[in-house]
Design a protein around this ligand. Sequence first.
Ligand SMILES: Cc1ncc(COP(=O)(O)O)c(C=O)c1O
Length: 370
Amino acid sequence: MSDLTALSLPHIAKLHAYTPGLQPTERGWTKLNTNECPYAPSPRVAEALRREIGEDGASLRLYPSPQSSPLRAAIASHHGEGLTAENVCVGNGSDDILNLLIRAFCTQEAAAGYTLPSYSLYPVLIEIQDGATQVIEFDRAMRLPLDRIAASTARAFFLTSPNAPTGVAFANADLERVLASFRGLLVVDEAYAPFATENAVPLLARYPNVVVVRTLSKAYALAGIRVGYALAHPEIIGLLDRVRDSYNVNRLSQVAALAALGDTAYYSGVVEKIKATRDRCIRGFSTHRGWFTYESQANFIFTEPKNALGESGPAISKSAYDFLFAHKVLVRHFPKHALTAPFLRISVGTDDEMLVLNETLDAWLKTTNA
Ligand SMILES: Cc1ncc(COP(=O)(O)O)c(C=O)c1O
């Protein structure tokens, strides 16, 4: 360890940083690795940004609304369910919100819980905070281990629903069984909820310890704008505001998010298209190819490739990943966990992109005949 690293806090010196999915800059990739939306955002977004920048960008001299106030109000009315601006905190992406939750609720004495597999940022945020963790493992069925979560003594438990990287969603009835005895904060990370049949927003009115986290990065096609938010009891929102950067969401992002939320008709069309492509792909993988594939309620598919001899496993999925990569088709492989290593996570792209994916997988299969 260098002298400079030794100056840092010991838990930072040995920190395992989060590995984001690759973002290639050259053209020609079929990019199905980070669950971005394959379609453009509502045209109202670019119009609103142009209007905000104006001829000379003069508005950029000024700091943005520190609370993202107009956006908080718009998010509350977008969800209805009796929510007001006091129930909303906006972040620089939902990652910012997750970070604020860990900052406010997790230390060595107050553990944060999460399931494995789930979003791999949670353990990194907890490690940054030098906090304690409680990890609850799924088995291959990926059904919610609700009794174990209910019995958890975590101060805050992070549940991804629909889950990543499987796409499996958890029913509100199951969340309510957890909430019947769990006394910590239940954070339901709903990054992919717009693609699911149910979501936890209706639970907020009855359970003050529920926090719902959303993002505009997926269904709203605004990953580059970095806007996410928490819906929760006003007291929890007040705590997040105490630990938040004063201007955590920039002026252009606030404007873009407001314009996007105003165009519900456009986005329901986008979500329906993605769901139709997803369901066709799941049928293609499970029925046509005979690959085990989870029933995803997200905008990605988690499938277990089989080679031409009908074999599956970590080496087979790695071989498919490498072949796809060599042919400029980018998907995601999670080799570190036994439950995820035999699978590939494939973001749902346009129908044309899924055709390229399928043709490249057919070409891979031919190489596995030997
Ligand atoms: C489950 C989950 N939560 C949160 C995020 C972060 O999204 P954002 O772009 O809003 O930071 C992601 C991104 O992939 C995710 O998969």
